[in-house]
Design a protein around this ligand. Structure first.
Ligand code: AMP
Ligand code: GLY
Length: 414
């Protein structure tokens, strides 16, 4: 099989690396690390992608990020008869619009936080006042894509009122706001392959969203992940599939919208059971860097089944543990510099060589030298028999990596 992966971050590195065990893989645009594992082909327009697929006899295109899906790139490729892993534009609105996503959850009876959708600031503020008067706290959310800055979790009414103003100031992403009851509990992400009516959930990974050790500081795209998550038993996964995944897909189907891709359910485990915080229409980053290393053979075939809308051939799941620690640029998630020289020592020297894989997120080669090119730079992943062991191996490997300003959490997997 010949596969083209679209994207160039840590998630795409993990996908391309894993798929290359079963298939010949190309990546567009890729990055310096991805280029060590598969052929990278630069950024391509839709027309160039179609031409590339035809000339290189590509069997399957796999989308990494959500943006092209939300913009309908999946539909465009499908209209040329290309097999695509990733939902059409209509289904991708589950991630592109939080207002749509809440509408689907409510119509489908998915357990989720109480919410109001408002486009007027004053009405949004009234919704916050109502929530606090009922003894609830709130999460104020921009409905559109605000690049990770669109959610403010507020414990006081004053914070909520200023969050409304701040999100309104974002521009189009904040045209519509969702004022949501704040939920309490622990979070996890469930990644489920969805081929129309058939589903297959991948191993659960837990993400650390705050930038600092001990959950201090602002939210990020994710600073590390580990799997398995002992609290999330097979029964919990089953319950989430039945209450969160299947009803949403059924609701879309009823509206004439199919789904062929991965559905990422962001779950908060509350005292009342699992509740859905959000859907994403792509693999998680850095969840994927961990999840791919828990899989044996069969991923390429499974993604192909999904692209064809056929029953999914199960992927082998390994009885191992994985930890991925993200190494970020100084200043991330705020402003950060690029172009810092990266040294990755002989990780084998730390005694953990074959268990360790360094996934590149924001790197580029400049005059033959590896330098930083993003906020999240590398994801150091390690496999062990237990999470304790994989975590130790990942941190041992980090000892041999450095760049100016590098920072990371020291409590991933702890
Ligand atoms: P979202 O993009 O909707 O997943 O929000 C990003 C993060 O904000 C989530 O991972 C949670 O940590 C937090 N969050 C979102 N909604 C809520 C909520 N209703 N209650 C508590 N925390 C939330
Ligand atoms: N790590 C969270 C996400 O991919 O949205």
């Amino acid at each position: 099989m010949r596969i083209l992966v679209i994207g160039g971050g840590g998630r795409e590195h993990a996908l391309a690396w894993k798929l290359s065990q079963d298939a010949t893989v190309f990546c567009s645009p890729g990055n310096a690390g991805i280029a060590e594992d598969v052929a990278c082909v630069g950024t391509m327009s839709v027309e160039e992608t179609v031409q590339f697929v035809q000339e290189n006899e590509i069997d399957l295109v796999v989308f990494g990020p959500e943006d092209p899906l939300v913009l309908g790139r999946g539909n465009e490729l499908r209209s040329h008869g290309i097999r695509v892993f990733g939902p059409d534009q209509a289904a991708a609105q589950l991630e592109g619009s939080k207002a749509f996503s809440k509408e689907i959850m409510e119509a489908a009876g998915v357990p989720t936080a109480k919410s109001f959708t408002e486009s007027d600031s004053e009405r949004a503020k009234d919704a916050c006042r109502t929530m606090f008067a009922e003894g609830r706290q709130v999460a104020v959310k921009a409905s559109g894509n605000a690049l990770g800055k669109g959610v403010v979790v507020c414990s006081t009414l004053e914070e909520a009122l200023s969050a409304v103003d701040a999100l309104k100031a974002l521009g189009s992403a904040g045209d519509t706001l969702v004022i949501e009851e704040r939920l309490f509990g622990y979070e996890f992400s469930l990644l489920t392959l969805v081929s129309e009516g058939d589903i297959f959930s991948l191993p659960v990974a837990q993400d650390y969203k705050r930038v600092g050790t001990g959950n201090e500081g602002p939210n990020t795209g994710g600073m590390g992940t580990y799997s398995p998550v002992s609290l999330v038993t097979a029964e919990v996964v089953k319950a989430v599939e039945e209450s969160v995944v299947r009803p949403a897909i059924a609701e879309l189907t009823q509206r004439g919208i199919g789904y062929r891709g991965v559905l990422f359910s962001g779950i908060m485990m509350t005292d009342e059971g699992p509740k859905c915080l959000e859907y994403n229409v792509r693999f998680g980053d850095p969840e994927t860097q961990t999840v791919m290393r828990r899989l044996g053979s069969g991923l390429a075939e499974a993604l192909m089944c999904v692209a064809c809308g056929e029953p999914i051939r199960p992927v082998e799941v390994l009885d191992n543990a994985v930890t991925t620690v993200v190494l970020a640029s100084g200043g991330y998630p705020g402003e950060y510099a690029k172009g810092k020289r990266i040294t990755i020592g002989d990780i084998g020297k730390t005694g953990s060589g074959e268990n360790v894989k360094v996934f590149h997120a924001g790197t580029v080669l400049k005059d033959g030298q590896l330098v930083t090119n993003g906020g999240r730079v590398l994801g150091v992943s390690a496999v062990g028999a237990t999470v304790k062991e994989s975590t130790q191996l990942a941190y041992d490997a980090i000892d041999s990596i450095s760049f100016e300003g590098m920072h990371f959490r020291t409590d991933i997997g702890a």
